[in-house]
Design a protein around this ligand. Sequence first.
Ligand code: 13P
Length: 288
Amino acid sequence: MLVSAKEMLQKAKAGHYAVGQFNINNLEWTKAILATAQECNSPVILGVSEGAGKYMTGYKTVASMVKAMLEEMNITVPVALHLDHGSYEGCLKCVEAGFSSIMFDGSHYPIEENVAKTKELVGIVKEHGMSLEAEVGSIGGEEDGVIGRGECADPQECKMVADLGIDFLAAGIGNIHGKYPENWEGLSFETLDAIQKLTKEMPLVLHGGTGIPDDMIKKAIDLGVAKINVNTECQLSFAAATRKYIEAGKDLEGKGFDPRKLLKPGTDAIAATVKEKMELFGSVGKAE
Ligand code: 13P
């Protein structure tokens, strides 16, 4: 059964570890992530961008597929199905489709409008026992064709949004989606520290988990980050393993062209990346 991400993230924050959000694109990715979470006895969040939702024919398909997979795969660790960077309309669709968690990304609106829309969604998700993530300060880089410049959130604005009754907060601290440029200045721990001092128990979310050095990840967890999003790194490991398989001519041997065989090296690589991240984030063995 899907669960809201509220409780798992409160536990993570109190226990000084983070739960990984891994984005899904299809059945194979979902299967690899769920199997790894079960093997690691770790809670996990499956992230679905609006683009990935469309690709999989719609949120209802995604919710039905994931719920059925939990049952068929005998998954017993806590799993949340979460809309990633949702629009207001996208959030409403995911509530209807049976997701267990949503992110409303109102960071591109003036703060007053972000606050008003987030507040409306707080009421709606509470009625459905779901969790809500809000965002303050845009997270840079490119995701699904949307390009933003990394910026640091205003800690006072973070407090204002945290006080609306959301369950976890994504705040820009210089992080960006995708690969970090050579001249990246690193995470702003000063901003993170100021945000955590004002928002206290609120679990904080670090987007753009790909390419952040391990010591920065650990420091961010020490300063209140309880959810870390990883997408690009799974895509890169999938692509590299698939390329290696094809370049070695394996797809021409025997029944290598069989889609199940063709996708296996890539999905095995995703599983390895997810395991590595769960170990780094400290969530292994934390499922109850
Ligand atoms: P990366 O693609 O940089 O790992 O970021 C993922 C993310 O933040 C999804 O919201």
